[in-house]
Write a protein that binds this ligand. Structure first.
Ligand code: MN
Length: 434
């Protein structure tokens, strides 16, 4: 794993609080606004650097990236590059880092090439960076699972007995994974507002976000052959921010006995930049202690298996002057590691694919301001959250925009995820007649 070199600097001017330092170099898929957003042939790979995007398709065509095989970057998704393997991930990262460094004049000394290779982020549109074969969502925050169990079931037995033995999860829908900036239509479905009456069909009245991260599978396995926990990190390419949009009232009525279905399938939203595990390596930290000790197939040789990533959520009502921060938490609170999640996912022989997204589960910490959903922040609608400008919320209303951010920082070195942002549109007007 590469380490962080604090003396590494870029010839590009980068603000000290930028998420996109030379230490980060996250991958995304972009097109130029001036080329029209809907022409897929214009989509290509880039890395974020400061407030700009470096065009990897151009650098690859110029033979500057030292890759084996390809071309990988003049494509509308990153799947082929990711599938090309860890050696190429390392080659690309080292090449890009060198090209952007003050020690190298290949780009900095070639103004003509530079002007064709760099674009302001304000001039590009970001797209879903991968074609997503599968999406799975875990439930790996002990605090979140305890909070939800307390509200939905029984405070005395909030955690079910299986929770501390395995990373509980469910298979979600890849078809509705969308990128930041996509509007989210309020879902309608079956709700049961009155315990002693039949359910009704209605727009969701308890629309919620879930603050999560997701990891991108970077290497597949053969069906029937689990990924061992000691090998699991080699199968992970990187991480994104993830908003697992949730319809709590639909969820509450439908989830017994098979878990979430309609409540979770209408939208899952990710940030456009994939931050690699290589960039995150210097920010590794311990997972919380695991008691009981997991079964052997889930035991990692080290507890330093989490990452110190600061996460936040802001809420911006339609027409409001500014967003209100409503949650600050940290990825390090997660009980199960990503390696344990991936190993458990495949332990029966399930095959995962390059580009699969594995959601962490809602990331809640120990105190009320670290809860990662409105359900918990407003405690099942009993404690409304005050917003700047005088409004308050118990759940997400039409016109609200939810913004999630994340970054890791050590001394003066910072890497970040940018943001995942989604605005809620009113439910469709269904005209049903009995
Ligand atoms: Mn979730």
């Amino acid at each position: 794993m590469p380490t962080m070199d604090p003396n590494l600097t870029s010839f590009i001017e980068i603000e000290a609080d930028s998420d996109f330092s030379i230490h980060n170099l996250p991958y995304g898929i972009f097109s130029l606004v001036r080329d029209g957003a809907d022409d897929k042939s214009q989509r290509r790979a880039g890395v974020a650097i400061g407030d700009q995007v470096l065009d990897l398709a151009l650098l690859e065509a110029e033979g500057l990236l030292n890759l084996t095989g390809g071309p990988y970057f003049n494509q509308p998704t990153l799947n082929d590059f990711i599938d090309s393997g860890r050696d190429n991930w390392t080659r690309a990262r080292q090449s890009i880092q060198k090209l952007l460094s003050t020690d190298c004049d290949t780009l900095s000394g070639n103004p003509e090439l530079l002007s064709k290779a760099l674009f302001k982020q304000s001039e590009v549109r970001m797209h879903l960076p991968i074609q997503v074969p599968g999406y799975t969502d875990f439930y790996s925050s002990k605090e979140h699972a305890t909070n939800v169990g307390t509200m939905f079931r029984d405070p005395a037995n909030a955690l079910l007995p299986n929770w501390a033995e395995m990373p509980v999860g469910y298979n979600g829908r890849a078809s509705t994974v969308v990128v930041s900036g996509t509007d989210i239509i309020r879902p309608s479905g079956q709700l049961k507002p009155k315990a002693d009456e039949r359910p009704i069909f209605s727009p969701c009245r308890r629309l919620d976000f879930e603050l999560e991260t997701g990891f991108i599978v970077g290497q597949s396995n053969q069906m029937g052959h689990p990924i061992k926990v000691e090998d699991a990190w080699d199968h992970i390419f990187g991480m994104v921010l993830l908003n697992d949009w949730s319809a709590r009232d639909i969820q509450k009525w439908e989830y017994v006995p098979l878990g979430p279905f309609n409540a979770k399938t209408f939208a899952t939203q990710i940030s456009p930049w994939i931050v690699t595990l290589d960039a995150l390596a210097p920010f590794k930290t311990d997972c919380p202690p695991q008691d009981p000790k997991p079964l052997a197939y889930l035991c990692e040789s080290t507890s330093t298996s989490s990452f110190d990533i600061e996460l936040s959520v802001e809420l911006l009502p339609e027409g409001a002057a500014e967003a209100t921060p409503i949650c600050h938490t940290n990825f390090k609170y997660m009980y199960w590691s990503m390696a344990q999640q991936l190993t458990h996912h495949t332990i029966t022989g399930c095959k995962v694919e390059v580009g699969d997204i594995m959601g962490s589960g809602t990331i809640s910490g120990p105190t009320p301001d670290t809860f990662g959903s409105m359900l918990e922040l407003a405690w099942n609608a009993t404690k409304p959250i005050a917003l700047k400008g005088g409004q308050s919320r118990t759940f997400i209303e039409d016109g609200d925009t939810v913004i999630m951010k994340g970054f890791a920082q050590k001394d003066s070195i910072r890497i970040g995820f940018g943001e995942v942002r989604g605005k809620v549109l009113p439910a469709l007007d269904f005209q049903f007649s009995d």
